[in-house]
Design a protein around this ligand. Structure first.
Ligand code: PHE
Length: 450
């Protein structure tokens, strides 16, 4: 059974840290930079920013709002709210697609978390010292070609996640997140400083912020929206679950703004750190998922203090990946725990084991299974595309439509604490702007795919 009386976050700060711990992860650094590179730069960045503001912010608020109203896990929250508002219980479906998306994402997320662990060790042992783009690219390709190496790191990363979730000590990580975020920002500034010293910073800034609109097509726009959902941990029930722990006195809109600004600043700084190195070394921005792993080690291998900075960077990245990964496993575990009679350790091992197995398929798609294709994509890309471009936007759309159209006015007013004008603005955004935004992007993108 669902827990009725939930514990609450001790303060707004604690809540912001927990939400930011989920939001800030590989999505901001690894995924953001390779998406920008693959989609030709600035046009993608600007559409992404628009998606974050016009779609991401309202959906984040909507997910927290429903979580705080529903007070249960995402599936039961949707069920309860639908019944309380006289709507079909089929709305539970968006709770289920959310949990499914989290499960699928974690499988390939853990593979990249493993790369990050591997590179943490690589900086310590001096693997990258004095390396150039060619030798570092060769190291990366060597890792991809070795199923055993990928498997070992994926397993290590997933084992850490399972260990932490099984012990239920995720709250204890908040203290660590508190120091991690500022450290990550400082390191990124140092890296951007290194980027300036390469003489290619201007080129990188132009790449990121001066758009060539002719590069814009449905695919780019859908990628930008998918990235907005992915990086903000939206459309997965995760923020709904977090909202259920949220105290009544916390202002949803201003808190969402804080989390979103933090998340966006980290992503933009990552781009400013990575692209100067790309251009200075004649690398291609469209390198794909390996982008940060073939660029940043070149900088660490050649800058003063690079070993220490590299170690700090990959440690922080691994840590950011861990806090996000925990938030990805938690919903599955919580739901199994509440709905079956199995204990926490068993359900974590089951859920985590399933994720691990799917991750093995994802990592094999870089080598022995590279020929296997699903709708023209390898397994890794298929999982990423299915979740970021389809499941997340559709689940997010369901949440905002429900929050905008199905929740009774009184509870929305009470939750948001807005003036009459504020509520009108919220209604326009939640009922019209955000849903239409998602639908238009989705349709243009899907048409572009085929
Ligand atoms: N938002 C996290 C990141 O940017 C990833 C994540 C996605 C975490 C979905 C939880 C849910 O890395």
């Amino acid at each position: 059974m669902a827990k009725l009386a939930h514990a609450q976050w001790s303060s707004r700060m604690t809540f912001v840290l927990a939400a930011a711990g989920s939001a800030v992860g590989l999505g901001n650094i690894w995924r953001f930079s390779y998406m920008v590179g693959e989609n030709g730069g600035a046009a993608f960045v600007l559409v992404y920013l628009a998606c974050v503001a016009l779609v991401g912010l309202p959906i984040l608020v909507a997910e927290w709002l429903m979580g705080r109203r529903g007070q249960k896990n995402p599936v039961d929250t949707m069920d309860g709210l639908a019944q309380a508002n006289g709507k079909s219980r089929a709305w539970m479906g968006i709770g289920i697609t959310g949990v499914l998306a989290a499960f699928l994402i974690l499988s390939f997320y853990s593979v990249i978390g493993g790369w990050s662990l591997n590179y943490t060790l690589g900086t310590v042992t001096g693997t990258f010292n004095g390396g150039d783009a060619d030798s570092i690219g060769a190291l990366f390709n060597g890792m991809l070609a070795s199923p055993g190496e990928l498997l070992a790191w994926h397993t290590a990363f997933m084992a850490l996640v399972i260990f932490i979730v099984a012990r239920g000590v995720t709250k204890g990580l908040e203290g660590a997140v508190r120091s991690m975020m500022p450290a990550l920002v400082i390191l990124m500034l140092i890296l951007a400083g290194y980027g300036i010293s390469t003489g290619y910073f201007g080129e990188a800034m132009a790449f990121m912020f001066s758009p060539d609109w002719s590069a814009l097509d449905g695919g780019v726009v859908l990628d930008a929206m998918g990235q907005a959902f992915f990086t903000l941990s939206l459309g997965m029930g995760i923020m709904v679950a977090y909202g259920s722990y949220l105290g009544e006195d916390i202002n949803l809109i201003s808190t969402a703004r804080t989390v979103i600004i933090l998340d966006t600043v980290i992503a933009l700084l990552a781009g400013m750190a990575i692209f100067p190195i790309v251009f200075a070394n004649g690398l291609t921005p469209g390198e794909g998922p390996g982008l940060i792993f073939v660029t940043l080690p070149v900088a660490f291998g050649n800058m003063a203090g690079g070993t220490v900075l590299g170690l700090m960077f990959f440690l922080l990245l691994t840590f950011a990946a861990l806090t996000s990964a925990i938030s990805l496993l938690e919903p599955t575990v919580e739901m199994l725990e509440e709905r079956t009679s199995m204990n926490r350790i068993t359900v974590t091992l089951l859920g985590g084991g399933g994720v691990w197995l799917l991750g093995v398929a994802a990592l094999l798609s870089f080598n022995v299974w590279s020929e296997i294709s699903l709708l023209g994509l390898n397994i890794f890309d298929f999982l990423d595309t299915l979740t970021a471009k389809f499941l997340l936007p559709l689940t997010g759309l369901g949440s905002i439509v429900f929050a905008g159209w199905c929740l009774n006015r009184q509870s929305v007013e009470q939750e948001l604490g807005l003036s009459a004008t504020g509520i009108t603005a919220w209604n326009v955004i939640a009922r019209v702007v955000a849903p239409i935004g998602v639908v238009v992007v989705f349709i243009t993108g899907v048409v572009g795919l085929f």
